[in-house]
Design a protein. Structure first.
Length: 386
């Protein structure tokens, strides 16, 4: 098939560490695997570490680099800016880029606090001509895409339960201090980091909003950590784990659990949905698999069905990659999301709906309501958290 006529779009990235690498990879790969009609040109990278920035830019394929993010805002040749820095800077960077007329894709959570997230939502709504996106990349695992389609087709019927947990184990007492353990930089701990992902997934898959938090626990077990490179002990003022119960608009019950202290669980992001027509289950550590229980199956053969979501003909994004059965990984979720972002900016439909700042603000409201519920030890209707 002939490729579409491709227009070019200069992009800039802010942040050169974990997400800086993941996103750089997506910019390099997307045009080689997807036919989006819009090609990202890796124009400029900005980050704070001047010693490693030039080599990072060269290694990852960025034409220019700067330690001043303002250079990006001031450069009229740049159309699209990707914010991949810690949570405390999402608001300032996004607002500056929107004010400069750029499209913005921001990492999750939208911000460290609800107030900042609200300012970002409002700035996006007022930024005529600019579009916003949030990197809730797990929406774009092909198996999650299949789950979304089965749910939209009504295969699960009325939804009864959502059970979501995001368990990691890296946050023990020997782990040194980083921005992720400091409230002024991160906003919250496991909650904003991990519950953000599973609240987004649950809202996306169920297709309804959460209307009430019915109870929550937020706990910090490790209250001090050593600053890297020194013996200095510093306070950690974010949660190591947060668990909460919630209700969806249609009446479904939900439980969410995020922790960095679940020994043996490396990146165990699991979501299960039970409805009158069946159940769906997915886990990031086996991200190509969707487990499906169809309640209409004859009792004799009924049971969980393991679907390897790699079919070019049937599973979202799979056709862009490898022959059926040749699985995808973590990095593909970013490239799949970028392909949809490029489609939207090129006036085409995304394969699956994309989260913008307004959508991510709804996730942030749920996170905030859960924190209020934990601190006040009571149920909190979402209508009280605006
Ligand atoms: N979608 C996902 O799967 C996923 C995974 C990890 C992290 N994240 C999110 O990505 C963001 C970054 O996390 P990370 O793990 O890459 O962090 P990191 O600590 O590995 O990297 C942060 C980078 O931002 C740079 N930086 C910080 N403040 C800056 C500023 N004001 N101007 C320019 N550069 C600045 C740092 O120098 C560093 O290069 C966070 O919001 C985090 O929640 C998302």
């Amino acid at each position: 098939m002939a490729r579409k006529l491709v227009k070019k779009m200069n992009v800039a990235l802010i942040g050169q560490a974990f997400m800086g690498r993941a996103h750089s990879n997506a910019y390099r790969q997307v045009g080689r695997f997807f036919d989006c009609g819009l090609e990202p040109v890796m124009h400029t990278i900005a980050a704070r570490n001047a010693e490693t920035l030039a080599s990072f830019a060269a290694e990852q394929g960025w034409s220019a680099h700067t330690t001043r993010w303002q250079d990006i805002a001031e450069d009229g040749a740049i159309d699209f800016v990707d914010v991949a820095t810690p949570n405390d800077s999402h608001r300032e960077l996004s607002l500056a880029m929107l004010a400069a007329g750029k499209h913005v894709a921001c990492e999750k959570p939208l911000a460290g606090t609800l107030k900042e997230a609200r300012e970002m939502r409002d700035a996006a709504a007022n930024a005529e001509g600019s579009q916003t996106f949030v990197w809730f990349n797990y929406r774009r695992a092909p198996a999650i895409g299949l789950a979304y389609k089965l749910l939209r087709e009504g295969r699960l019927g009325r939804i009864y339960h959502v059970r979501a947990s995001y368990l990691q184990s890296w946050g023990g007492p020997a782990t040194p201090l980083s921005w992720r353990f400091q409230k002024n930089l991160a906003g919250s701990g496991a909650h904003g980091d991990l519950n953000a992902h599973i609240v987004d997934l649950a809202r996306f898959l169920v297709g309804e909003e959460i209307t009430e938090i019915n109870g929550a626990i937020e706990r910090t077990f490790i209250e001090e950590r050593t600053q890297l490179g020194t013996n200095e002990r510093k306070k950690c003022d974010v949660d190591d784990c947060t668990l909460f119960l919630a209700s969806f608009a249609g009446g479904a019950t939900a439980s969410f659990e995020a922790t960095r202290l679940a020994g043996g669980h490396l990146n165990d992001n699991t979501i299960e949905i039970n409805g009158e027509g069946g159940s769906l289950r997915w886990n990031l550590e086996n991200l190509n698999e969707l487990w499906f229980f169809d309640a209409s199956d004859a009792e004799r053969e009924a049971g969980w069905r393991r679907i390897v979501a790699t079919s070019a003909d049937h599973h979202p994004y799979a056709a862009a990659w490898w022959p059926d059965g040749h699985i995808c990984g973590y990095e593909h979720t970013f490239t799949n999301e970028l392909a949809d972002i490029l489609r939207v900016l090129g006036d085409e439909q995304p394969v699956l709906p994309l989260p913008d700042f307004a959508d991510a603000y709804e996730t942030q409201r749920v996170l905030e309501a859960a924190l209020v519920a934990a601190r006040e030890r009571c149920a909190i209707p979402l209508s009280a958290v605006l």
